[in-house]
Design a protein around this ligand. Structure first.
Ligand code: ADP
Ligand code: TYD
Length: 213
């Protein structure tokens, strides 16, 4: 069955997701990328996960209360709801979406809580494949300094040992998403500014096949 407006199961807007360890610059890059794409004449909106909906707020502000499967289910439920109510309607309307965190964050953060990847993929069954999934990386000592200066936003960021654990889990996550056919790139943000990182991502985006309407 074909859905009007869709081409080979894809909506005309692009979904660009940014993941990576705490302090790597996801939020800064999301802002820079949305500005850059806007300047290039691309209709774009920036959002984040957990979302700003009630479910997302529970997850975002509840990482000390909710752990393991409870947090995995909360984040997955919020992702499904945000896709249905915010992200897919934008993509359907031809608006690209830059999303600060997506499923790779669940593989990594819920992985830190001991939840296996198969469980995360099952909870996230059917989520829309990004047009471009970016994993930001940086030298662990630089990450540790940025987190010290900015302050940790969650129990995951408050444990300094997690910086190295996250880096290893993101390498696994990259392998997994690529194995499922996600177009995924790593971009190193150790010395590059958010504007430079955003330009690199926009260049990857420009290399994608055009979406026919
Ligand atoms: N590319 C970069 N180079 C230097 N500092 C950066 C860079 N990206 C972000 N920062 C700084 O590092 C801190 C963490 O950035 P942030 O965007 O909040 O990271 P994240 O969303 O990945 O946790 C902030 O103080 C931010 O100003
Ligand atoms: C998207 C996502 C977030 N989280 C958690 C991690 C963080 O503690 C919290 C909020 O994300 P974070 O991006 O670190 O918040 P901020 O914008 O303040 O930097 O949600 C998960 O545990 N799993 C997920 O899949």
């Amino acid at each position: 069955m074909t859905t009007p407006g869709m081409k080979a199961g894809r909506w005309p807007g692009r979904l660009i997701t940014l993941d990576g360890p705490g302090g790597v610059g996801k939020s800064s890059t999301a802002t820079a990328l949305a500005s850059l794409l806007t300047a290039r004449g691309i209709a774009v909106t920036a959002t984040c996960q957990p979302s700003h909906a009630a479910l997302g707020a529970l997850a975002r502000h509840g990482t000390d209360t909710y752990r393991g499967m409870a947090l995995a289910c909360l984040c997955a439920a919020d992702r499904h709801h945000q896709l249905a109510t915010e992200i897919l309607p934008a993509l359907r309307a031809g608006v690209s979406v830059v999303c600060d965190r997506y499923l790779p964050s669940s593989l990594v953060l819920q992985g830190l809580d001991g939840i296996g990847a198969d469980t995360i993929w099952a909870l996230n069954c059917g989520v829309y494949r990004p047009d471009l999934a970016v994993i930001l990386t940086a030298d662990p000592t630089v990450l540790a300094r940025r987190l010290r200066e900015r302050g940790g936003h969650s129990r995951f960021e408050r444990d300094p040992a997690n910086t190295v654990r996250e880096a290893r889990l993101y390498r696994d996550a990259l392998t997994q998403v690529r194995a499922r056919g996600w177009p995924a790139h790593t971009v190193d943000a150790t010395t590059a500014t958010p504007d430079t990182v955003a330009t690199t991502i926009a260049d990857h985006l420009a290399d994608l096949e055009p979406v026919c309407r």
